[in-house]
Design a protein. Structure first.
Length: 233
């Protein structure tokens, strides 16, 4: 790890400028979506020329990639904190529940950032056409979901799930969450039908039981996680 003290003043200025550019870009995208992001408008907001801005990001794709990577990095950190709060003795199914709940909590606490991530995945057009920009995003997505894949694999090794492809199961859980969590913004219209927190629990429970988990073990793991967050729905 490179400590801040070991970085030169020039490197620290570069990092600060980069942070400022990304903060403003994130603000613009949160307000108007990915289509609202304009290199010229961004350059003007951070007091740069467009040419100077391209010294930090070689293309708009690279800028979009950096924004999505930043959000995925926040997801990864959130899931890491959620997992660290779980007792070491907790069974693998409880780890799975904790990570699912951590992502649910992120979406609830950071609706704009979650919305941008969801939009980047659901957008019909290809947002990142450059392979060099798309690859880091996929690598960060895999990194963010790695703890969930490891917990699912551990549950299978412990006999709490039937044997199966942990990566494939992780993608199924992630895809399910990406489909359900955006419904929260519509839940106020039909709260009894779109109780998103309940749907997340029921859907995850169904997936785990479908992969061979015992209902009683799944419910015990869910109860353990619920106790950790003080019974919050």
């Amino acid at each position: 790890m490179v400590h801040a003290e070991s970085r030169t003043p020039r490197e620290r200025r570069h990092d600060e400028n980069l942070r400022r550019i990304l903060d403003e870009a994130m603000r613009q995208v949160e307000e108007g979506g990915f289509g609202a992001l304009s290199v010229n408008k961004l350059a003007d907001a951070v007091d740069y020329t467009p040419g100077a801005l391209y010294r930090y990001f070689g293309s708009k794709d690279a800028l979009l990639s950096a924004l999505i990577e930043r959000i995925l990095g926040e997801v990864r950190d959130d899931l890491g904190r959620a997992q660290a709060a779980l007792p070491v003795s907790a069974p693998p199914l409880a780890q799975v529940w904790t990570l699912v709940d951590g992502y649910r909590a992120f979406a609830k606490r950071e609706p704009h950032r979650f919305g941008l991530l969801a939009m980047s995945l659901a957008e019909p057009r290809v947002l990142l056409r450059e392979q060099a920009a798309a690859q880091p995003v996929m690598a960060m997505l895999m990194s963010a979901m790695q703890p969930l894949a490891e917990a699912i694999a551990a549950a299978a090794r412990a006999g709490q799930l039937a044997a199966g492809d942990a990566a494939e199961r992780t993608i199924c859980v992630f895809a399910f969450l990406q489909g359900v969590l955006p419904l929260r913004k519509r839940s106020r219209h039909v709260p009894r039908v779109l109780d998103v927190d309940r749907l997340v629990a029921q859907g995850t429970r169904a997936l785990l039981i479908g992969w061979g988990a015992k209902g009683r073990a799944v419910d015990a793991a869910l109860a353990q996680v619920a106790r950790m967050r003080g019974g919050e729905a």
